[in-house]
Design a protein around this ligand. Sequence first.
Ligand code: WT7
Length: 638
Amino acid sequence: MSNYHIKHLEEYYQVYRKSIRYPEVFWEEVAEEHFVWRKRWDKVLSWDFTKPEVKWFEGAKLNITENCIDRHLRIRGEKTAILFEPNNPEEDTQHITYQQLYERVNKFANVLKSQGIKKGDRVCIYLPMIPELAISLLACARIGAIHSVVFAGFSATALATRINDADCKMVITSDGSYRGSKTIDLKGIVDEGVAQCPCVETVLVAKRIHSEINMKEGRDQWLQPLLDAASNECEPEIMDAEDPLFILYTSGSTGKPKGMVHSTAGYMIYTAYTFKNVFNYRENDVYWCTADIGWITGHSYIVYGPLANGATTVMFEGVPNYPDFGRFWEIVEKHKINQFYTAPTAIRALAKENLDYVEKYDLSSLKVLGSVGEPINEEAWHWYNDNVGKKKSPIVDTWWQTETGGMMISPIPYATPTKPTYATLPLPGVQLALMDEHGNEITGNQVDGRLCIKFPWPAMARTIWGNHERYRETYFSAFKNMYFTGDGALRDEVGYYRITGRVDDVIIVSGHNLGTAPIEDAINEHQAVAESAIVGFPHDVKGSALYGFVILKETGESRKHENLRKEINQIITEHIGPIAKLDKIQFTVGLPKTRSGKIMRRILRKIACNETDNLGDISTLLNPDVVQSIIDGSLVKK
Ligand code: WT7
């Protein structure tokens, strides 16, 4: 795929124009390069956004692991595929070559088969960032099982909801995990979660921290002895282009999490193409994305995209501040990282620390810096550019979503001039539209609106697991014949895009997408709580933090409030995970509501952001008086 690195802005525009005029020719040319197809496609694309139904490369047959592993063996067998950097810097780095990855994936695939997993079965993966995580995804893909990775920071209840929703037969986990100086009892969480999941027949357990754990007879099995006994050859299952590759859950603004279903062929070529171009990846570069494989960023840009390119991809088990705030930069120096991809929240946290942590290390290997997950503010952008990139590595601010499968808006390094806080231009094949609230497209530049996508791209999610109607309703009903992203954006005078944030009830906290409804549902479970509403407010490290307005059944004394705050956060931790904890909790006697009973979050948001002089029209509220009492309450200690 080396011949489609875009080299300058004019070339970007040429490629882009072609991709829009002849999208099928464009993506067919990408698919024809290097990939291994067991059978060629009959049709490149068929689509109908009203149903919605999208099919790419219909009729084609393939296995994604042949493309990510087997096809590299002849020329890259000894090259490092996965470079594992452990939590503890004293522990050795592991270099897993493509040949070794082949053997480990095949063995694992044979273990899955021996445990009765077949094509189309769902397997839940709940593992820390250890090599078994990447290997288990690929092992599922090898035999056509659908993986559903649940980020190992989610609670037992959140895990159980996801296992049951996808009806998973198996869970893959580990005894525990390391996180900085702490250990986490993952198996204990799995035991608690799986107790609520009648569909689970087997739990495979990898050893990582060598803790004493409980193994349930007839259900739990240690992974290693099974691997030792398995053959290292496993014929890949031949899949249809549109067969589901995986499910990955993302929060919605209402209801339970949405299991986004990604397909095989389109996802593969799209993540491969975007990885290659957006990171300007060259053979022998060492690439590091600091995300967890539990999120889409890790699926697409730690596992599938890099491996489809025969790249060396780093998997880091630890955290940015252990043993100290220099850890990222120590790793960059140690492995001579060429492309570094992280989240604004990490940059902001590191930027607060002493510059010595960065300056101590040789970062001259870096060629491209990436940002993902939330808008990157100007200050963080400059800190990254000045201190990490030394003003010579372009920053690619990549906008995309779990639903899009791959990056959608991003500069092409060394081609697109960057501009702080702007994700800049749509990638080839991506047709954006800004829409007004009446459903009309806003044309021209220097405008803003709701960000939509007009035409299918190969990596788009095809449905929500078990609920196609919700998929239609969430993404294809707001604007006719368009995919609606849920984000607002502006287009500047040269056509660059800047994402202005969510326009729905999703709040991005430290780059994690959190829906307000599931958090409110968790809080309302507390016996003392009558009702609650969550909004976001600006936070200097997390980007946004959560502010909860809570109505108690009985107005308690203030000395009880401190305990209640702890208990509310505890209940959130149990239902969702610590990432969803509230930074501020205000007890109030009421919430502003419309006449139809809907909470007016717009007003709460302003109160949370301390913008109370400009609340807009509150006369249509059912209970306008409550607003002043909330404002007064917000001024006392929370
Ligand atoms: C939402 C999607 C993409 C993988 C990680 C997050 C926000 C993402 C950017 C960016 C501004 C961004 C959007 C989007 N977002 N990247 N570069 N600039 N906002 O995936 O959890 O599905 O969240 O994250 O609001 O809709 P996700």
